[in-house]
Design a protein around this ligand. Structure first.
Ligand SMILES: *Cc1c(COP(=O)(O)O)cnc(C)c1O
Length: 239
């Protein structure tokens, strides 16, 4: 994709988000765009940055660290880790990211908190919820989310910001909204149970279901292919 085309697709993504917020009767500032740049080269992120994009989401740790190295000259860039994370790789996330969206176990959270450098603000985290209850999919079960939230909220190196989900694909917007509404209801429960926690984030909505997510209160939408174009199939052995 050329630089001009990337600028156009970013503009279209922003316009799409603005339309969705308007249709939902929400303020234009109600949701932010996270550009999901996995598998895309650092040069494309640089182009997006020059077109005003600041928040980038990455799934694969080593790939993300390589891009961060290549882009250290870009001010204000905000890195979000959104993929599965093994417990032996928490340190790099604690040291090099502003956000982590995919907390599903207390052990990972505890390590991230311990390893967060003291000179940085707390790492913003979301709990990933397996909202569609798909067997062998990432995320904490809905009924276990409050207990995990209580544990995470006590960790000094973390700021518990909210919930993230990747619902099972649905065929129409009505069906898509069911899962997102469930996540929104779960966030409300957490807000009531943990009034001290800075719970203000619903990380939900991707290229195929942004409108449904915004209808149900998404505050951070994660767009990949709609901004950067289609991705190659996942290489063997990665998650
Ligand atoms: C890849 C990915 C996205 C973006 O998906 P698109 O369909 O390309 O918009 C969003 N969230 C997560 C967790 C992802 O892994």
């Amino acid at each position: 994709m050329t630089e001009i085309a990337l600028g156009e697709s970013l503009e279209q993504a922003r316009a799409r988000l603005a339309r969705a917020l308007d249709a939902a009767g929400r303020p234009a500032s109600g949701a932010r765009l996270l550009a999901v740049s996995k598998t895309k080269p650092a040069s494309m992120l640089r182009d997006a940055w020059h077109h005003g994009q600041r928040a980038f989401g990455e799934n694969y740790l080593q790939e993300a660290l390589d891009k961060q190295q290549a882009l250290t000259d870009l001010d204000d860039i905000e890195w979000h880790f959104i993929g599965p994370l093994q417990s032996n790789k928490t340190r790099a996330v604690a040291e090099h990211f502003a956000w982590m969206h995919s907390i599903e176990r207390e052990k990972i959270a505890r390590r991230l908190s311990e390893q967060r450098p003291a000179h940085l603000p707390p790492l913003n985290v979301c709990l990933q919820v397996n909202v569609s209850r798909e067997p062998s999919k990432s995320g904490v079960a809905p009924e276990d989310t409050l207990a995990l939230a209580r544990a995470v909220a006590t960790l000094p190196g973390l700021a518990l910001r909210g919930l993230m989900a990747i619902p099972a694909p649905a065929t129409n917007i009505t069906e898509q909204r069911v899962s997102f509404a469930a996540l929104q209801a779960l966030l409300r429960e957490l807000q009531e149970a943990l009034p001290e926690a800075p719970l203000d984030t619903l990380s939900m909505g991707m290229s195929d279901d942004l409108e449904a997510a915004v209808m149900e209160g998404a505050t951070l939408v994660r767009l990949g292919s709609a901004i950067f174009g289609a991705r190659p199939a996942k290489p063997e052995g990665t998650t």
